[in-house]
Design a protein around this ligand. Sequence first.
Ligand code: AHR
Length: 661
Amino acid sequence: MIMKIRNRFLLAASALLVCLAASAQVHRMDIDLKKVGAPIQSTMYGIFFEDINYAADGGLYAELVKNRSFEFPNDPLQGWKAFGTVEVWNDGPFERCPHYVRLVDPGHPHKWTGLDNEGFFGIGVKGGDTYRFTVWARVPDGGASELRIELVNTASMGEDQFVCQEPLKIAGKEWKQYEVILKPDTTLEKAVLRIFLVGDRKTVDLEHVSLFPTDTWMGHRNGMRKDLAQALADLKPGIFRFPGGCIVEGTDLATRYNWKNTVGPVENRPINENRWEYTFPHRFFPDYYQSYGLGFFEFFQLSEEIGSEPLPILSCGLACQFQNDDLSAHCPVDELQPFIQDALDLIEFANGPVTSTWGKVRADMGHPAPFNLKYIGIGNEQWDPLYPEHLEPFVQAIRAAYPDIKIVGSSGPNSEGEQFDYLWPEMKRLGADLVDEHFYRPEKWFLAQGARYDNYDRKGPKVFAGEYACHGAGRKFNHFHASLLEAAFMTTIERNADIVHMATYAPLFAHVEGWQWRPDLIWFDNLRSMRTASWHVQHLYGEYKGQNVLTLKMNGVNVTGAEGQDGLFASAVKDGDKVYVKVINTSEKPQSVEFAFNGLKKKEIVKAVERIDFTSGLLYEDNTLDVPDRITPVKAAFAGEGKSLTAAVPPQCFTIFILER
Ligand code: AHR
């Protein structure tokens, strides 16, 4: 990550210090170096993935063709423009994706048969890069036929519309997969994939038409978009929650996320509805489906590659409770067995030997070694007695079969209140290992939550802050100030690492043309991506996670933005000989702080190493795709040594002080 040392900043900081010395109160923070506190779990800071805002298809999943299997239920040709004589058939080679298209001679030498695919808000291609076009095809009457595959700029004023074209010969009556590499000479954000029937124009059948960049994350053929996967890897996330979110539950049980449909050959993964197509009619996306190309195998594989513990969340047999008042929408408790079996089978898919039914599926997909799954969540935003009733048989079955797997339960959709107060004791009664809390809340809430976990029950389940983001009042979009308050809030997570074991900001991704929900952590278009201020906060916490909590107090109490603390929030951790002190000044004034170290030996001192300041004059703005690095943390020198150190914290700034013993 780019952190620039700016002399300009140093000068400003020293000027600030002079001013402060003359006028302001010094906030003394006592840091106890003797008493090493709770370990910070490796899972502490992580990521939450849901296919919302085109996060999967059209986003992280690098497939560029929309409706590649002609399975969109309202119109098998949605996303396609057919020309000439194109027929849709449904007795194809893939049982669960039976549709395919037949291209037939248009009947006149001056006419053409073929198809255009529009991609997801267009097809983004980079000039000079290579793209793998694949298709399952046959010549139903035998013999050979010929296609021409093009990437096209339909807006071109040039002589040709295409930016590359390649011939592709199809031969024989049997379905086979064909491949051709395309190399556009121009960068286009919104190219179109065009397929022409050429040559003798012998009838040809096409199924599962796919186009991927060859340069995917880790080079996987069914791979992820490299820049987006890199933005995840750079966070060094300790935990990776998947696949949501509300899509776990389904608007009805038939459309819940069904992990078993997401594994095995991609050609045979049936598509599913995506509830984010219609959840907000004011941001409606009638072509939003889940191809399941980014399924559970890809999730486990990516978790492994970026060093995260995977955390699958599965349906507990309750359809989305926001969308269903009618009890008949849910699975009765005494009919839950198939849902419970799904959970047990998922654990077997992840961890089972290659000789087991689901372990073999994993091995056949190319990963004979187990994925070493340790956690599973059952239910997303559930509430009322319905939830514990449904969860209980899952807990019993998972405990019996897999006693080492840690189970995550839910505290419902709210950060406090009746449902929350009811569910926490219920989760404790059922013996959940962690409880998932969600809070999309305004500034006021974040400012008031600096001590949230200080007095939590130490004997209950651990906390998973599973979905959170500051949703500014009247400012429900990404901006620096929201990220500052998230940083302030995260001090209570860090300080209470003995009970908070996981925290994931949500949602993760958003396509600039396809979002339903904001703010989000990472934005992208078809070619570019941008890491938000909130991403930088997550990154800083992950990078300076430390190993153990240290006690840090001001006038004997935690620094939580409480009355009389001048908008300051703080926490400290130890990392070997290093100490990281995080101070968030949420006020509009510069603040002077003094770190006083207790527990040092007589001759021992602490040295200042450097500081990282994260602030912005653009309080209600964020990075953009055009200027992706305008709000980034800045490393600066921080000098001094002794039994105490003083420093200035600029207004509305998140500073990490790096010290050495
Ligand atoms: O993150 C977006 C949505 O917020 C999730 O799907 C849901 O769990 C929560 O309500």
